[in-house]
Write a protein that binds this ligand. Structure first.
Ligand code: PLP
Length: 461
């Protein structure tokens, strides 16, 4: 491709993206595609010769776009919404253009140093202490995996790094999280050799928060039985209801028992950039590790997970292994990211977050999150004012759990009808054994108009 052709097509693609973002009404939010629809419309073999971008764009419009569920749509209210904001899109363009691999400092000093800088910025923004070292990973699931791998290295009876976790004399490890914790915690237990049975799920109170007393009792029981507790995962903003575990009390238990505390604030951590919401992270300063996802609620395109650790030396113990060909001269004067993570190769993700923060400013980001929280309260007030509906959990952030006062079949029919409208997309969960609808607000372009329109469709008879 010549530079002129690149410019010509670059302008076309930017025009295409701008048109896509400014006309969400053209698309049904939840794709109508049936399994196999997308593949069946495309050749099964790669083209032998080059194809023109005209042809490629035609297929994008004809096949790919109808096969998308439009996460960047302002009426995407399912799961936890996210935003591919314009500055974030520019960041992704530059990341692809530079195409650096930030595996060690030398392979791109700017990638390592900008990552450290923006992780320090975010740490300041949410009010975590400077003792936390931040790094960027792809997802919260992988961040939690790294946290628990570091925690596993802390057991003193055995060097897991050298000996593994099985064989004669190996302790039987136990970790703890609430029954509302994200499935990634259980997956980490599976992947780290703890096993699903090694994760003890702790009961919650009426507002879906971990009960710290039950936690302590469970740890004591396991100790009496000769098992080896090693870590607790607390959640700030659980996936179903966005409940907040009592982190300070859980931190007390962890320090009494000598366990690693990891805090999963994948969605809700971003809200701590609001001074009036800082309290949600009370006690997190005492955690050993913490994760929040700017790719959920901080206008940053997928993927960017911010992982913080107060004991980075334990991450190093879990993951550093330097082959001869990767040794560099700088030694400990720089961060070599590969020493702290399972992966070697690393995308330059910091760029897009740097662009986002600089474009909106922290006050601009606060304004968007504050507005989403206001809109969720407004939506909850609509639900409360209709006697056919009930609210199923407190809404401390921008997510509302609600249902018809009727059986699961009626609620399923409601959710299906709403999503089949194509005008919005909501998801569901199960609370107190009841099917519950869930409306979450988090896209930059979601406004009061979209929330009012959503309620009109939900409440229609
Ligand atoms: N933790 C919580 C509390 C979540 O809600 C989610 C996803 O919604 C995750 C972890 C997983 O996030 P990721 O997709 O970044 O792995």
């Amino acid at each position: 491709m010549t530079p002129d052709e690149f410019k010509q097509w670059g302008y076309r693609f930017v025009d295409w993206i701008s048109d896509y973002l400014s006309h969400p009404e053209r698309h049904v939010v939840l794709s109508n595609a049936k399994p196999g629809d997308v593949r069946s419309q495309l050749p099964s073999m790669p083209p032998e010769g080059p194809e023109s971008f005209d042809q490629i764009l035609r297929d994008l419009d004809r096949v790919i776009v109808p096969g998308l569920t439009h996460w960047n749509h302002p009426s995407f209210f399912a799961y936890f919404p996210n935003t591919g904001s314009e500055p974030g899109i520019f960041g992704e363009m530059l990341t692809a253009a530079f195409n650096v691999n930030g595996m060690v400092w030398q392979t791109s000093p700017a990638a390592t140093e900008l990552e450290e800088l923006v992780m320090d910025w975010l740490r300041e923004m949410v009010g975590l202490p400077v003792t936390f070292k931040g790094m960027i990973l792809d997802t919260a699931s992988i961040s939690t995996f790294h946290a628990l791998a570091a925690a596993r290295e802390c057991i003193t009876e055995r060097s897991v790094r050298e000996e593994g976790i099985s064989g004669p004399g190996a302790p039987v490890l136990r970790m703890y999280a609430s029954e509302q914790a994200h499935s990634s915690v259980e997956k980490s237990a599976m992947a780290l050799g703890i096993g699903r049975r090694g994760l003890v799920k702790i009961g919650t109170d009426a507002e879906f928060r971990m009960d710290a007393q039950i936690l302590e009792a469970a740890i004591e029981k396991d100790l009496r039985e000769g098992l080896r507790p090693f870590a607790v995962v607390a959640t700030v903003g659980t996936t179903s209801t966005t409940s907040i575990d009592p982190v300070a009390r859980i931190a007390d238990v962890c320090s009494r028992k000598g366990l690693w505390l990891h805090v999963d604030a994948a969605y809700a951590g971003s809200a701590a950039i609001l001074p009036e919401m800082r309290h949600i992270l009370d006690g997190c300063d005492r955690a050993d590790s913490f994760v929040t996802n700017p790719h959920k609620w901080l206008l940053t395109p997928m993927d960017l997970s911010a992982f913080y650790c107060r004991r980075p030396e334990m991450l190093k113990r879990a993951f550093s292994l330097t082959a001869d060909y990767l040794k560099t001269l700088e030694g400990d004067s720089v961060t070599n990211a590969m020493d702290y993570t399972l992966q070697l190769g690393r995308r330059f993700r910091a760029l897009k977050f740097w662009m986002v923060v600089r474009h909106y400013g922290v006050e601009g980001l606060r304004a968007r999150i504050r507005e989403h929280i206001r809109l969720a309260k407004l939506f909850a007030s609509f639900v409360e004012s209709d006697p056919r509906f009930e609210i199923m959990a407190p809404s401390p952030f921008s997510t509302v759990c609600f249902r018809l006062k009727a059986g699961d079949a009626e609620n399923q029919a409601l959710i299906d009808r709403v999503n089949a409208s194509g005008k919005l997309f909501i998801s569901h969960t199960r609370l107190k054994e009841k099917l519950t609808a869930r409306l979450a607000i988090g896209n930059l372009r979601s406004s009061e108009e979209h929330v009012r329109a959503a309620w009109e469709i939900i409440a229609a008879r």
